[in-house]
Design a protein around this ligand. Structure first.
Ligand SMILES: [Zn+2]
Length: 167
């Protein structure tokens, strides 16, 4: 059994209907066409700025991988992926897929967002990558969160903003 099989099994049992893209760095968008190849109906939610930057990043990725002869995805697959982008403004509650989410500025990159994901009475706040110098809250209260995901690069340390920043 390979390391990816449990995730593959979970995805086969419960195919995703949406992706919330926190920002457009290559490590977050570079393989989106591969994901869309497997799940062609996925909606990809992100901010408008992230959608625009992702378009540039995927175009550059296609060029570089073509020049290197290591094509990860085709131009048609990139086009299909870009058509799945659904820009939404920060602080907008979206509930089209059996769960709800709201994007909050994270300050990591132009258009970068942290995301509050809500389902029933449960909530998870996922930061994506985040910068501490810029953080914007909202008047929405998070109570109680199921968990806070706080990924950072291995060389960085941070306690990050507290959830009170959201109240
Ligand atoms: Zn990043």
């Amino acid at each position: 059994m390979g390391g990816g099989e449990p995730v593959d099994g979970l995805l086969a049992k419960h195919p995703p209907t949406a992706i919330v893209l926190t920002h457009a760095h290559l490590d977050h968008v570079g393989a989106l066409p591969v994901v869309i190849r497997r799940f062609p109906k996925l909606a990809i939610y992100c901010t408008e700025a992230t959608a625009r930057i992702a378009t540039l990043v995927l175009g550059d990725t296609l060029k570089v991988t073509t020049m290197q002869g290591q094509l990860l995805f085709s131009a048609d697959e990139m086009k299909s992926t870009l058509e799945r982008l659904r820009p939404v403004p920060y602080f907008t509650w979206v509930s089209d897929h059996g769960f709800a989410f709201t994007l909050f500025p994270s300050g990591h990159l132009l258009g970068a967002a942290s995301v509050l994901i809500e389902s029933g009475s449960r909530a998870v706040f996922h930061t994506g990558d985040v910068s501490n110098s810029v953080w914007a809250g909202s008047s929405r209260r998070v109570s109680p969160p199921l968990g806070v995901r706080w990924p950072l690069y291995g060389t960085q340390t941070s306690t990050g903003p507290s959830l009170s920043a959201l109240t």
